[in-house]
Design a binder for this molecule. Structure first.
Ligand code: ATR
Length: 275
């Protein structure tokens, strides 16, 4: 075994993950001796895998589906934002073996919008969110933190949106999925957090007629990069930001913590990950 610092992404399935490409690109670009790999792990093996990693030279790990929630029970220290979201995606192993857990998805979401739409002002008006899964939760926490005055959620399963409202309070309201187009009227920020529009998934069929051309529109789906939802928004004249940037930016805090350098997210990074 070398003394090279190692990190990995844990999930199941894991072969589709872009994180190894991203972190390997940064390691190479900044000439850092390190390694970043993908580890497929079953639910039963999650804890022992985590506990064994430090002895193998691992200094941290990303966690992806389906373990972002369950990994929290093995963490010894959890950041406030991960606690609020109820999920972690970035782990750092301390020298004494303790596991520090953070969630950088909301950071990645915000950094992506700030980079892709520099004039975007989250405080300027309501945000309309399609979907109420794990990604939606992280995004709602980030938007509330950034001072968005009102957050409206529409989700196919209404109860999941209601649960988010119960957790995040007065600024959050819920509309029925069949009325989802109505929440677009007056929205300043519009986000698709559902899997609709992803290659192989169902289409995103909600009408964008009520949406202002001043809305900043983003999608967490990045395959394809230009989803039908983003295309429709941009055809209307809206500023759109694709979902790849969220993935790239969420990797920044982990890389910096593990390898000691804050990496850039720029065109070269995007090209490397897409290659
Ligand atoms: P993630 O953690 O990545 O957000 P998830 O928890 O599986 O993933 O959430 C997927 C989101 O896409 C949910 O909001 C889901 O709606 P439900 O809560 O009703 O399942 C939404 N979604 C998936 N397929 C959908 C479809 N065909 N129509 C509408 N919404 C859909």
């Amino acid at each position: 075994m070398t003394n090279m610092p190692r990190a990995a992404v844990l999930g199941n399935p894991i072969s589709h993950s872009l994180s190894p490409k991203l972190h390997s690109y940064w390691l190479n670009r900044y000439e850092i001796a390190g390694e970043y790999t993908a580890i497929k792990v079953t639910e039963d093996a999650l804890e022992t895998t985590l506990r064994d990693l430090p002895a193998q030279g691992f200094i941290g790990a990303n966690v992806t589906l389906p373990y972002k929630v369950s990994v929290m029970q093995f963490a010894d220290q959890i950041t406030d934002r991960a606690t609020l979201i109820g999920a972690a995606n970035t782990l750092t192993f301390k020298e004494d073996g303790r596991i520090f857990a953070d969630n950088t998805d909301g950071y990645g979401f915000m950094a992506n919008l700030q980079q892709g739409a520099p004039d975007w002002d989250p405080k300027a008006g309501p945000a309309a969110i399609f979907g109420a899964g794990g990604a939606s939760r992280a995004i709602i926490v980030a938007l509330a933190d950034a001072g968005v005055p009102e957050i409206i959620i529409a989700n196919r399963t209404r109860a999941k949106a209601e649960a988010l409202r119960a957790d995040f309070g007065a600024r959050v309201s819920v509309v029925d999925w069949v009325q989802a187009d109505k929440m677009l009227d007056g929205a300043n920020t519009v986000v698709n957090t559902t899997s609709l529009g992803m290659a192989g998934a169902h289409d995103f069929k909600v009408s964008l007629d009520a949406m202002s051309t001043k809305a900043v529109v983003t999608d967490i789906v990045y395959n394809p990069l230009r989803t039908p939802f983003l295309k429709a928004a941009s055809d209307k004249g809206c500023i759109t930001v694709d979902g790849l940037g969220m993935l790239l930016h969420q990797g920044v805090p982990g890389f910096e913590r593990w390898f000691g350098r804050r990496p850039e997210v720029d065109d070269a990074t995007r090209a490397a990950v897409l290659s």
